[in-house]
Design a protein. Structure first.
Length: 127
């Protein structure tokens, strides 16, 4: 780009570094998904997908709330309670398996169910 590049602290910019107009992302993102044969997802859906993936990796409601910029943890809990409960169930089953040596099959099944949930959230995020 040479001397045409305009330095910016923005995540998304035009080809030359200038800030994008807000509606540019709305038109660019569906074309990007189409070029890469990815399922339809509105841009805001990425926020929910990232939150669900962070939950799957063990993020706490407090940390997630802070990360998402929610003013209270209860907002996060209201939106992501289902995902948080599945993650907690998986951890409880794993702990039971560790302590008792039982339920190894149940832990694997719960883990698979949770992974399917996570994969579906990539295509069909919460709205």
């Amino acid at each position: 780009m040479g001397n045409k590049w305009m330095a910016s602290d923005r995540v998304f910019t035009s080809w030359d570094g200038r800030p994008m107009y807000p509606n540019e992302m709305s038109s660019w993102f569906p074309r990007f998904l189409g070029r890469h044969n990815l399922p339809h997802l509105n841009f805001h859906g990425l926020r929910h997908t990232s939150a669900t993936l962070l939950i799957a990796e063990g993020a706490t409601a407090t940390d997630l709330s802070r990360r998402l910029g929610h003013s209270t943890t209860s907002t996060t809990m209201n939106i992501y309670a289902h995902s948080l409960q599945k993650a907690d169930d998986l951890l409880a089953n794993k702990m039971d398996s560790i302590l008792t040596g039982k339920n190894a099959q149940k832990v694997r099944q719960t883990s698979l169910t949770f992974q399917i949930t996570i994969n579906l959230s990539k295509s069909y995020p919460f709205y």
